[in-house]
Design a protein around this ligand. Structure first.
Ligand code: CA
Ligand code: CA
Length: 113
């Protein structure tokens, strides 16, 4: 099942939730000092290159999309959309000391002017 078509990346998992190894993300407490997020079982191909790179799942009141851009098994981008439309995007970095940290790259609210 590796050659699945690259279409339908928007709502692909809405009714096909499976018990995969989901990244350990707590949307309520996620932040700059959060640890690296393991992404071992991607199910979505966000950039359409034919390689699965992302997972999308519900956690608490938030919908989370985590993407492993370079395929090293840890997420590099995490986007959370809360039930009230608030969203935030985070980007993973590793400092010179090897310490993981997250940088907030975007935030806002959906469905508003
Ligand atoms: Ca991909
Ligand atoms: Ca990565």
């Amino acid at each position: 099942m590796h050659d699945s078509e690259g279409e339908g990346m928007s709502m692909a998992t809405a009714d096909s939730f499976m018990m995969n190894d989901l990244p350990d993300i707590d949307p309520e407490h996620f932040g700059h000092d959060s640890d690296a997020v393991a992404l071992t079982d991607p199910t979505l191909d966000i950039d359409g290159d034919g390689i699965l790179d992302s997972v999308s799942f519900q956690s608490g009141d938030a919908m989370i999309v985590a993407t492993d851009m370079d395929g090293d098994g840890t997420a590099d981008n995490v986007t959370m959309v809360h039930e009230d439309g608030e969203y935030e995007a985070w980007e993973f970095h590793r400092g010179e000391d090897g310490q993981p940290h997250w940088e907030q790259t975007d935030q806002g609210a959906l469905g508003q002017d």
